[in-house]
Write a protein that binds this ligand. Structure first.
Ligand code: GDD
Length: 349
């Protein structure tokens, strides 16, 4: 599929300087690619990357550790962005559980460092904070089982708590003048996402099984969870559209970014296995189970659809096909199919 960007809400008239934090991460890479494809002469892009991130060279790479307030302050003062898309985070639930203080340091304090610098040096900057659907906990008590933006916050793991704390902090700073938008993004996947997340965790195993690098058994965690999935390219479109939109938004605005439909993880597994070129047995792996997690997390995305005209464009079947194709290529072209990539940890979504 041709990578594309559909941005009905982009109408930039003045010069735009967009700083993306976590630019070396999974979502960051797609956001940069999307921004570059917009091809506006008045647009400058700044790729904020953590020292550990070793992606291919990008336009205007900027080293930034969001946990260092003076370093952050220096970058914001120098770049003076018109918009910040703040993606840098510890984005994995397991990783946050294993290092709770680091999760709060990056996800809460890092976010505060950035937002405070923006208020100090360029208070008109649009600050797009990427929060998470995990802050709601569960949609079991929501109206029709779907979470709108008024649903109470009920974080049920460390990652969710750190994101919820940052979400509240940004909401409070909006009262001090921060031009913030809080995106509570639901699950998303696509090519290049690491195996720490469920869709690539399954797709990578299938790719290894197909070439005989793994016995024909796929190891899985909780298949009963029901989540609301988007393609990362649709998510990137929404972030870019908001960053470049000439509309004005109420400071602190909360938007749920999801599809509005739930998918059982077991169903996703079946959809992936049906694309495999071989017989595969399923086996529960206790190491992949979480101590406790909600069964349903599903969005009511009406607000973002009405306010921005944003709608997902990529069919789910295409997303799965693309993720599997990515892993088939990665495993085939690697000298070690068990570990085709060395992933830098931390500070990137
Ligand atoms: N990672 C993983 N690996 N998850 C598995 C597996 C497996 O082998 N088997 C089943 N699952 C289940 C998990 O228990 C969970 O219910 C679901 O698949 C999704 O897990 P993840 O893909 O790891 O995502 P997440 O929901 O924990 O978090 C993601 O979505 C959030 C939005 O709600 C991340 O992208 C977060 O950064 C994001 O905020």
């Amino acid at each position: 599929m041709k990578d594309r960007i559909v941005l009905p809400m982009v109408r930039p008239t003045a010069p735009q300087r967009v700083l993306v934090t976590g630019a070396g991460g999974f979502v960051g890479g797609w956001v940069l690619q999307g921004l570059e494809s917009v091809q506006l002469p008045c647009l400058e892009i700044f790729a904020g990357m953590h020292r550990g991130e070793t992606r291919a060279p990008m336009k205007n790479p900027i080293r930034i550790d969001i946990t260092h307030p003076t370093e952050v302050d220096h970058v914001i003062k120098e770049v003076k962005p018109t918009a910040v898309i703040h993606l840098a985070a510890i984005s994995n639930v397991k990783e946050a559980r294993e290092a709770p203080r680091a999760a709060f340091e990056v996800n809460l304090q890092g976010t505060m460092n950035l937002a405070e610098s923006v208020l100090r040096h360029c208070p008109q900057t649009r600050f797009i904070f990427v929060s998470s659907s995990d802050v709601y906990g569960s949609s079991e008590n929501a109206q029709n089982g779907k979470l709108d933006e008024a649903a109470p916050l009920d974080p049920q793991n460390t990652y969710a708590a750190a994101k919820a704390a940052a979400d509240l902090s940004i909401g409070q700073m909006a009262h001090d003048g921060l031009k913030a938008i809080r995106l509570r993004t639901f699950n998303h996947t696509g090519p290049r996402q690491t195996e720490r997340f469920v869709v690539p965790a399954f797709a990578a195993q299938i790719a290894r099984i197909e070439i005989g690098a793994q016995e024909a058994v796929i190891r899985v965690g909780n298949l009963d969870a029901c989540r609301d999935f988007l393609d990362v390219r649709d998510v990137a479109d929404a972030y870019i559209g908001l960053a470049l939109s000439s509309s004005s938004f109420e400071p602190g605005l909360v938007l749920n970014l999801g599809s509005g439909a739930g998918l059982r993880i077991g169903e996703i597994l079946g959809q992936l296995i049906s694309r495999a070129g071989t017989e595969i047995r399923i086996e529960a792996d206790p190491a992949r189970l979480r101590p406790k997690e909600p069964t349903f997390i599903i969005a009511n995305p009406s607000r973002i659809q009405h306010l921005l005209g944003w709608k997902p464009q990529i069919p789910w079947a295409q997303t799965l096909t693309d993720v599997l194709a990515f892993w088939r290529g990665a495993v085939r072209n690697s000298s070690d199919p068990q570990e085709p990539f060395k992933h830098a940890k931390g500070q990137s979504s």
